[in-house]
Write a protein that binds this ligand. Structure first.
Ligand code: CS2
Length: 460
């Protein structure tokens, strides 16, 4: 038996299910990039908001490329389970009903355009990962890539045009990706795109739309074969769209909407005027430590986060990276305790009930190191503060991308391998982080730092 509207009544009784009439809800949100993270995070908040009485915030999920999510979710009428692991009460499972349907953008561009141009659609949320924004290493928009096929830019620009011509209101466009100042960055990128390809829509976008910044947090490992089996036992039926995650979830949202929104703040989201202190702490401490665990942990022979954080050779480096090198670059909001935050992160990383593959985190490093490490290195560098732990992690990433230790899953893998061939082991630090380096737009290392990095890379 497989999960669907028809079988939901036969779930095991301890599995909670949507507490509202799913069929009666209009679609209010279109989500671009419907993967496990969205299903375990924003969709859960929205499900809670509708269970609390909010109406008409059903979600249309959009896959930008692969039909895989549609093919698993549509036979289940958009239903799926979220199982939390490692909590004090053991595993808990619930069914989420917030997702109405899934569209594969290249297969159904018309259906997608219609959904985005409906008056009931107010919010577009995005989890397209760092590389989905199609920026060059210096942060500027790659206009050519942005205009090719179904990208967030072609999709959003078409939606804006349709809404402008139809005389319906704008959209709130909410980036839920791990970029520094994601709302402001998205505003700038969309503006650049419109100026170039849709100048008649640029002013309308500026006037009618808003891109608040958000900090999203929940650890959601890719679901493994064994997870599906365990979930089936718990539910009493199969769920091919199951997600497993930790009990913790956090969503801090800049309170600057162009449209109505669900009462996410009544179900745990924090609406604030400035997201930056939360977002920089999350990016530089959580994600910064995560990426360090990934490259240093893989090099040390580990496979999972909970193993790497338990390694006595790595743990002190991770602590130093978070508590000293990252924390001193963050201006905390009133009441924000960075040391307590680091304690909580160490405990979350240690959650052995939720194995999280280091290789999953190691993906797309070229897009991640900027907000996670380089921004903190730049601030520390300007104050002449040493960063041995962050530099060790950075050296481990440079070695990782040489490609000699296995395939590198990164949109810049070819470019980075070529750089290795040209620059060699002793030239990589300079080629990446020197004054003319690939990352010069983000961070230029001092001569002493380049020497230290070169030594670390040479030592392997
Ligand atoms: C991770 C994040 O894969 C990665 O790069 O660092 O997905 C991390 O698990 C989330 O940001 C946690 O909120």
């Amino acid at each position: 038996m497989r999960l669907s509207s028809a079988t939901m009544s036969r779930l095991r009784p301890d599995v909670s299910r949507p507490a509202y009439d799913r069929d009666a809800q209009a679609v209010g949100i279109v989500h671009l990039g419907i993967g496990a993270f969205h299903r375990a995070h924003q969709a859960v908040f929205t499900d809670d908001a509708m269970a609390g009485g909010d109406r008409d915030w059903a979600i249309t999920g959009v896959s930008l490329r692969s039909p895989q999510v549609r093919d698993t979710m549509m036979p289940q009428d958009g239903l799926y389970s979220v199982t939390t692991r490692g909590g004090t009460d053991g595993d808990e499972a619930r069914i989420i009903g917030a997702v109405r349907d899934v569209i594969v953008a290249p297969n159904d561009p018309t259906g997608l355009a219609e959904r985005l141009a409906m008056p009931s659609t107010r919010i577009v949320t995005l989890t397209v990962t760092e590389k989905g924004y199609l920026r060059r290493p210096d942060g500027t928009l790659d206009l050519e890539a942005a205009a090719r096929g179904q990208t967030i830019y072609t999709i959003l620009a078409a939606a804006m045009r349709a809404r402008r011509i139809a005389g319906i209101g704008g959209l709130t466009i909410l980036s839920c990706d791990n970029l520094a100042e994601n709302g402001q960055v998205l505003t700038g990128l969309l503006q650049t795109y419109c100026d170039r390809f849709a100048p008649e829509d640029a002013a309308w976008f500026a006037r009618e739309c808003a891109c608040p910044s958000t900090m999203v947090d929940r650890i959601v490992p890719a679901t493994q074969a064994a997870d599906y089996e365990q979930v089936a036992t718990r539910l009493g039926m199969h769920d091919d769209a199951a997600v497993v995650t930790e009990p913790f979830r956090q969503w801090v949202i800049e309170d600057r909407f162009a449209t109505p929104r669900p009462g996410w703040d009544r179900v745990g989201a924090e609406m604030v005027s400035d997201v930056r202190p939360y977002e920089t702490a999350k990016l530089r401490m959580l994600n910064g430590a995560h990426s360090a665990l990934a490259y240093l942990g893989l090099a040390a022979g580990h496979s999972y986060v909970h193993q790497a954080i338990a390694d006595p050779a790595l743990r002190p480096m991770i602590e130093r990276l978070m508590r000293i090198e990252a924390a001193r670059t963050i201006a905390p909001a009133p009441g924000q305790d960075l040391d307590a935050y680091a304690d909580a992160l160490i405990a979350r990383f240690g959650n052995a009930a939720l194995p999280h593959r280091l290789a999953q985190i190691a993906m797309d490093g070229s897009q991640k190191i900027g907000p996670r490490w380089l921004d903190a290195l730049a601030i520390n560098g300007s104050r002449s503060e040493d960063c041995p732990a962050t530099l060790a992690a950075l050296a481990a990433w440079v070695i990782h991308v040489c490609g000699e230790h296995g395939a590198v899953d990164d949109p810049m893998a070819d470019q980075l391998r070529e750089l290795w061939q040209q620059a060699g082991r002793n030239g990589m630090a300079e080629a990446l982080f020197g004054p003319k380096g690939l990352y010069a737009g983000r961070w230029v290392a001092s001569d002493a730092t380049l020497r230290m990095l070169t030594d670390l890379i040479a030592q392997g």
